[in-house]
Ligand binder design. Structure first.
Ligand code: AVW
Length: 260
């Protein structure tokens, strides 16, 4: 009995430590080492210069007043360009699209697969503070909707990614929700608006459905998307299941684009 109580006590303490330690890790884990380590994985870049250009966007500033233009120096430093036909956009499909591009990286790239987004992918929270040269995580970063350091960063890199689009572009949208083309999404408010004709020749929407397909290519929001495209950009829509994508991406023989 006593032994059981001790085991139970140790278990409770372990769970409590986990509950406290994980959020604390997110709050205090310094951003720079992760940024630099990931940057070095990409090989051959001046990672310290990239970090300097990145942090000057928000360090020493009111965390509620960081605008997307504040990251212009970072975008300049990265100087991103891509081969035509490779760029893959997404909205509400983050996990499925990344599982796909990980296996088909010679065919398609999301912004997180490129130097624009790779270093910060999934890092959730960072900000600065007036009169201070430090980068803060979570604690001290207000949950402000607009003009915060994180949102403005993703807006700016999304804009740069869309500006680099050439030829045929692809977007993986979610067919398990009512509005796959959400007018408030980054894809709608920033990326689609920057697809330029004749640089961009076509957009193919890959509408992915999992267990609960609630819509198809006839969805009203996709009509809005077609209307948003500049004249001269052709539009296609393909319905695919997650299972089909998984099967196809696991087969290295399949040529690019043959998964839909
Ligand atoms: P969403 P969106 N790490 O699913 O169309 C952390 O509603 O709005 O789709 N946060 C991120 C990341 C990331 N890797 N990527 C985006 N976010 C934020 C970038 C961002 O503020 C790609 F090129 C976004 O609004 C896609 O074509 C929010 O998470 C497009 O933007 C939820 O995304 C996806 O943005």
């Amino acid at each position: 009995m006593e032994k059981k109580l001790i085991i139970l006590g140790v278990g409770v303490v372990a769970v409590l430590i986990l509950i406290v330690a994980v959020p604390l890790g997110v709050m205090f884990w310094p951003l720079k080492p992760t940024f630099i380590d990931r940057c070095k994985e990409l090989n051959g870049y001046d990672c310290e210069t990239w970090w300097g250009a990145f942090e000057q966007a928000y360090v020493g500033k009111d965390p509620r007043k960081v605008h997307m233009e504040d990251y212009d120096n970072f975008i300049k430093a990265v100087n991103f360009s891509a081969e035509p036909n490779k760029l893959m956009f997404w909205s509400k499909t983050k996990d499925v699209v990344h599982a796909f591009t990980k296996k088909k990286k010679d065919c398609f790239l999301t912004v997180e697969d490129t130097a624009l987004g790779y270093m910060l992918d999934g890092l959730m929270s960072w900000c600065g503070k007036e009169g201070c040269t430090k980068t803060f995580r979570k604690i001290g970063c207000p949950g402000w909707k607009e003009n915060n350091a994180v949102g403005s960063f993703w807006n700016r890199v999304s804009a740069a990614f869309a500006d680099a689009a050439r030829g045929d572009v692809t977007a993986m949208l979610n067919g398990d929700i009512d509005t796959p083309f959400n007018p408030n999404s980054t894809f709608a408010t920033i990326e689609v608006k920057r697809f330029d004709s004749p640089k961009v020749k076509s957009l193919t929407v890959v509408l992915v459905t999992g267990k609960s397909a609630v819509t198809n290519c006839k969805n009203a929001s996709l009509k809005d998307l077609q209307r948003e495209l500049k004249k001269g950009i052709a539009y296609n829509c393909k319905e695919v299941t997650e299972a089909q994508l998984e099967e196809c991406s696991s087969n290295p023989e399949r040529p690019c684009g043959a998964c839909w």
